[in-house]
Design a protein around this ligand. Structure first.
Ligand code: FES
Length: 187
């Protein structure tokens, strides 16, 4: 039986030909909020007022920036009978607060007792769609209905918002604490 000749040895690159890259980039992000003794946010504190230590050794601050960081905000609004004549003003104030905030902030609202998030300025319909909810109403024949025109003409997106039925979800801006339900049949 003939034996296959041994494979020729692979040429090994000379050690000095192999490029060697070394990288040591370490940037530790530290978020700091500074408030005065009354809890009011101070936004004009200079970099020179900050010192960072690691194991007792002061570390250089390589980068210093002021940022308005987006947050998710949940506002709980009392919905009891004693609030009935104030609720729309409280909701309006909550919306004003949110509008003054970072445009990337999120608000919380509920759909059929599920807590959902929405972007500021979104319509209820868009916020529900973004959360995977397409059925906003069950018509008199039991058919699921949802967004059709998206501009307020077709009335297919009618749902119950804060206990008011027949609200067109595509025309109502989502507010923090808003409660949305599917509408069943004729309101
Ligand atoms: S989707 Fe047509 S009115 Fe809202």
């Amino acid at each position: 039986m003939a034996q296959a000749p041994p494979a020729p040895p692979q040429a090994q690159p000379a050690q000095e030909d192999v490029p060697l890259y070394r990288l040591d980039a370490r940037l530790v992000l530290l978020h700091a909020s500074v408030v005065d003794k009354n809890g009011k946010l101070l936004t004009n504190v200079p970099q020179s007022a900050f010192k960072v230590f690691e194991d007792g050794v002061e570390q250089p601050i390589r980068l210093f920036r002021r940022e308005d960081v987006p947050v998710s905000m949940g506002i709980i609004i009392d919905n009891s009978g004693s609030m009935s004549n104030k609720r729309s003003r409280v909701a309006g104030a909550a919306l004003d607060l949110v509008k003054q905030s970072n445009s990337d902030d999120e608000v919380l609202f509920s759909f059929e007792n599920r807590q959902l998030k929405a972007r500021l300025g979104q319509s209820v319909a868009a916020a529900l769609l973004a959360n995977g909810i397409r059925t906003l109403r069950i018509d008199e024949a039991g058919n699921p209905k949802g967004i059709l025109c998206g501009i307020g003409y077709c009335f297919e997106c009618r749902c119950v918002i804060d206990d008011e039925s027949d609200q067109r979800a595509c025309m109502v801006e989502v507010k923090p604490g808003m409660r949305v339900r599917r509408q069943q049949g004729l309101a």
